[in-house]
Design a protein around this ligand. Structure first.
Ligand SMILES: Cc1ncc(COP(=O)(O)O)c(C=O)c1O
Length: 383
């Protein structure tokens, strides 16, 4: 039996894509046949700083951390990491909850909001994705009250009619939605909705699991809108992929309102090795922030220019913020074909509905960008 057949037999999941990964380095992924791919997906916003991260490997190899620390004990690196996150996140966010990944971080945020407000309802963007637990699936995908894009002033007015009933615990969104083909809200939408949340006692949850850690050209996407959320969720690029981790950070007001209620016990939440990697990663980001974000901005402009010259049919709408790139074509089959051809030609990207989405590493080199964009351009026309 080949690997794909064995996978079908023993792993409970959708059919895997035809790519057996054996190695990844920098902006590249290598398959079992030795074929090299340019990675414009970064494991869906995980490998923001490139693969094969030597620093993370060194940290893990040299770590003196205990195998494990029981969540109720004191552990200094937990405080160090929480303090770092309080320093780098926007607004008044101050206190951290420890999670193993994004779904758990968002799940915690939802629980916190119900405890803090005494309400049970949530409001999310139509078609959004916030994780794979029952609560996060319900919030994002249940029928019922949802905000339909485009996210403009008239959408904000619709939000008001819902929030004014004063029964919504939290409004949740990705400030820039990587999961909705890089949906970029109008500034007025965010400003107005966050004011409405304050007026009607609803908490604003920013899900920065995918768009955090530099992806959109700011450390957190909330910063583009001067958004000061009550709760912010992180995961994915917090360790750059070298170890699993999630975090939920809240304002002192939310922490006070929750006042120790709710267990939030997570056996592997903030495992010592993950904490070592995250602390090192965040210190590196802070130290190199200017250079990193300047690079993102320049590369983003360059990619925008190249994409705007390409002949997509039907003509495409570009939605680009930093290294979060969406190309909406209005034709789902066409987009699937391009994605498939790109993979054959050595470029990994993804598509959702009628939009190509690309999340290259923030450290992408110009030469690799050119190679990738050449592959994309070729793939628009033929095999
Ligand atoms: C915006 C957003 N929130 C939450 C999640 C869930 O994160 P995880 O897969 O780490 O549970 C994801 C994962 O893709 C995501 O993109």
């Amino acid at each position: 039996m080949n690997l794909k057949q064995l996978d079908r037999r023993f792993l409970a999941r959708e059919e895997a894509e035809d790519l057996e990964v054996v190695r990844s380095q920098g902006s590249f992924v290598f398959d079992a046949r030795g074929k090299k791919y340019i990675d414009f997906l970064s494991g869906w916003c995980v490998g923001n700083f490139g693969w094969g991260n030597e620093r993370a490997r060194r940290v893990i190899a040299r770590s003196k951390a205990p195998d494990y620390v029981y969540p109720y004990y004191l552990y200094r690196p937990w405080v160090e990491l929480a303090q770092l996150l309080a320093e780098i996140t926007p607004g008044k966010l101050r206190k951290c909850y420890r999670a193993t990944g994004g779904s758990e971080a968002v799940d915690m945020a939802l629980q916190l909001a119900t405890i803090a407000t005494g309400r049970k309802k949530f409001l999310a963007i139509e078609g959004s994705y916030h994780g794979n637990s029952i609560a996060t699936i319900r919030v994002a995908q249940s029928s019922g009250r949802k905000v339909k894009p485009p996210l403009d002033e008239s959408a904000a007015a619709r939000v008001e009619t819902i929030l004014q009933k004063r029964d919504v615990a939290a409004f949740i969104m990705e400030p820039i939605s990587c999961n909705l083909g890089v949906l970029i809200p109008e500034r007025e939408f965010i400003t107005r909705v966050s004011a409405l949340c304050r007026r009607y006692g609803t908490l604003f949850i920013a899900d920065e699991v995918a768009c955090g850690f530099g992806r959109t050209g700011a450390l957190f996407a909330s910063e583009h809108f001067d958004l000061e959320p009550d709760i912010l969720c992180m995961a994915k690029a917090i360790t750059g992929g070298a170890a699993p981790m999630g975090a939920t950070i809240v304002t002192p007001d939310v922490a006070d309102a929750v006042d120790g209620e709710g267990g939030f016990y997570s056996t592997y939440g903030w495992h010592p090795l993950s904490v070592d990697v995250a602390i090192d990663n965040i210190r590196w980001i802070v130290k190199n922030q200017r250079r990193l974000l300047r690079g993102v901005s320049e590369m983003s402009d360059y990619i925008r220019d190249r994409l705007s010259e390409m002949k997509f049919k039907p003509p495409a709408k570009l939605r680009i913020k930093g290294m979060a790139i969406g190309v909406e074509t209005g034709d789902e089959d066409y987009v699937d074909k391009i994605t498939e051809r790109c993979r054959k030609n050595g470029l990994l990207l993804t598509s959702s509905d009628n939009t190509l989405t690309m999340f290259p590493p923030l450290t992408l080199e110009r030469e690799t960008a050119d190679d990738a964009l050449d592959i994309l351009e070729r793939s628009l026309k033929s095999r």
